[in-house]
Design a protein around this ligand. Sequence first.
Ligand SMILES: C[S@@+](CC[C@H](N)C(=O)[O-])C[C@H]1O[C@@H](n2cnc3c(N)ncnc32)[C@H](O)[C@@H]1O
Length: 171
Amino acid sequence: MLSAIPTLCPTSQKPTCVTALDVGTGTGLMAAVLAERGFIVNAIDTCENMLKAARRRRPNVAQFSCAPAHSSSMHPEAPFDLVCAAMLMHGLPRAYRRQSLIDMARAAKHAVMIVDYAPPCRLLTAAIERLEGSFYQDFLHEFPEDLSGCFADVSTFLLNRTCALYLGRFA
Ligand SMILES: C[S@@+](CC[C@H](N)C(=O)[O-])C[C@H]1O[C@@H](n2cnc3c(N)ncnc32)[C@H](O)[C@@H]1O
């Protein structure tokens, strides 16, 4: 899924953005994609075990540190040219998701990029996400409004049958 992201910023072109924050980095997959595209990457997560795995598997792609999504703007390197989150938002309850988005927008100079589920609702995904206790079905309905509440301009790029890249900009 993440392999589709670089098509938005081909390697032949130097990115106009230079610094990025990956929020909810997990094992650092998105951080690695950003680093490959030439970004200087910082990455945060609340789970120390995930951060340990990220540092072990991808030692040179980012500075990994422990912090929650809703305090992205408090990161010592903030603001960042680009702030990203992959497969984080659908796992957050709406009030906290909105709080996090608002703070991620505060932490971003140019744009916030979210990779996450997109409609239509898929039964198998709904079943799996239900077992994981996520907010998949509510997220599909609520997220467009969450984004438009934060950003003047929102673009959506479908990546595959289940996921999209959402780009929120300020003007
Ligand atoms: C589904 S994983 C996605 C990981 C990675 N972004 C990817 O696409 O492979 C969600 C990650 O978000 C982290 N997370 C959950 N709540 C968070 C929060 N409030 N702030 C920061 N990270 C959080 C989890 O620890 C987990 O590593």
